[in-house]
Design a protein around this ligand. Structure first.
Ligand code: MN
Length: 238
């Protein structure tokens, strides 16, 4: 059985300062994210008959295939592994400040402007009660949307297991758990959310968006492609 592993960060632990401090990354990546992976692997060991897919995106997208006895553990910890892996790739020390390429055009088309999108995303993040995530997603209808999910739930998860959230393919994610900001920002969640814009890797978001568009096209043409990385290994969203 495949054990999930933590990929190295693409930047040094202090590279996102001052917006995200070294101590936050050390705990968040080194302890919290690592614990989700350890707990995920432990859960999977209890169901050796289940062949877990290599990619955590596929695992959470096909949560309905996971044996019921471990499904909640995989939802929480597989979600935690995918969400964090995706989140780290949303960030860069060289934030471009604004969207680029086709994603920039789609944001203008679906939200009116980048500013209007940002307001909507911040509002979704601020108003989310308790632990969870804020997302920019591409919905099945081809439109972008902003949403939030509780705990480690993720828009990729199937409706049949995780109803009551918006479903779609993640383009951008922001962790709203207190562990992601409390060491640096304490109760100033709004400041943490604002700091996110300094760190967003919009070039990466454009790649993820292009991949989501290609995936949607493949589906429309009736090609079997249930995962972010089944078309090509390169360019997997995490
Ligand atoms: Mn987190």
């Amino acid at each position: 059985m495949k054990k999930y592993e933590q990929k190295p960060l693409r930047y040094a632990v202090d590279a996102l300062e001052p917006h995200m401090q070294k101590c936050t990354i050390e705990f968040h990546y080194g302890k919290h994210h690592a614990a989700y992976i350890a707990n995920l692997n432990a859960a999977l060991e209890k169901a050796p008959e289940f062949e877990a897919p290599e990619c955590p995106a596929r695992l959470v997208h096909h949560l309905h295939h996971v044996p019921e006895a471990i499904r909640t553990a995989v939802r929480n910890n597989g979600g935690g592994h995918f969400n964090h892996s995706f989140f780290w790739k949303c960030l860069t020390p060289n934030g471009q400040g604004a969207p680029v390429g086709e994603l920039a055009k789609a944001i203008d088309r679906d939200f009116g402007s980048f500013d209007a999108f940002r307001e909507k995303f911040e509002a979704a993040a601020m108003s989310h009660f308790g632990a969870g995530w804020a997302w920019l997603i591409l919905k099945k209808d081809g439109k972008l949307a902003v949403c939030s999910t509780p705990n480690q739930d993720c828009p990729l998860m199937p409706e049949s297991v995780v109803p009551g959230i918006e479903h779609g393919r993640p383009i951008l994610a922001l962790d709203l758990w207190e562990h992601s900001f409390y060491l640096q920002y304490q109760n100033r969640k709004a400041d943490y959310i604002k700091s996110f814009w300094k760190l967003v890797d919009w070039e990466q978001a454009e790649k993820v968006y292009q991949k989501a568009l290609a995936h949607r096209l493949a589906k429309a043409e009736g090609k079997k492609d249930g995962c972010c990385c089944s078309q090509e290994k390169q360019g997997c969203m995490i």
